[in-house]
Each structure stands twice: as C-alpha cells, then as structure tokens.
Design a binder for this molecule. Structure first.
Ligand SMILES: [Mg+2]
Length: 112
C-alpha cells in the first residue's frame, strides 16, 4: 500500500519515519519520556474512537448524534498512525517487526 507523493512513491512506513524524525526534532522531553508518551498516545486515540462511536450512536444525551462513521474512520486511522509512530520509535525495524507480527497473527487462523 504505497501512496503517491509527487512523482515519487512513498510507503506508509517511510512517511511514519519522517513523522518520527520530526517529532524527535521537536521533542521537549527526553528520548525515554518521548517513547512512553508515544505509546500512551495509542490509548488516547483509542479513546477518541470510543467517543466517536458514542457520537454515532447518540448514547450521550448531552451530546446527541455528534459524530459520523467518517469520524470513526478518521479516529481508527489515528490509532493506526499512532501505533506505527510508537513502534517506529522503539525499533528501527518497525516495518519488518510489524510484518512478522501480522504474519504470526494471521497464520493462527489462515494457515491451517
Ligand atoms: Mg484522533
């Protein structure tokens, strides 16, 4: 799954690498704290998924139907991006680590 960027094809992991470099360059904390905060960010974004689903269902009487399924899609993407950034912040081989884990998880049900 590549994304076009001008005349050059850029992979999602390359874009994530650029995001990590940008975050590192603007890190007001230490590398150790920054890694922890990027891992916590996954939970923050997952909470926003839950909030958006509640907004679709209208289950909060104070807020009503405040979100669309498109908002849920955006928040799920935020979880994915946050997780990719967090993974790339703790290993330089994030793409390979993810591919190996995806293969292992899928292999549990697809290879038998
Ligand atoms: Mg979000």
């Amino acid at each position: 799954m590549d994304e076009p960027s001008g005349n050059v094809t850029v992979t999602p992991w390359e874009t994530v690498g650029r995001l990590v470099a940008w975050l590192d360059a603007h890190d007001p904390t230490s590398p150790e704290v920054s890694r922890l905060l990027r891992l916590y960010k996954i939970a923050e974004e997952a909470g926003e998924v839950a909030e958006a689903v509640q907004g679709v269902m209208g289950t909060n009487p104070r807020k009503g139907h405040s979100h669309s399924w498109g908002d849920v899609e955006d928040e799920v993407c935020d979880v994915i991006v946050s997780a990719m950034v967090a993974l790339a912040s703790i290993t330089p081989d994030a793409g390979a680590v993810f591919a190996r884990r995806l293969g292992a998880v899928a292999g549990r049900v697809l290879d038998g």
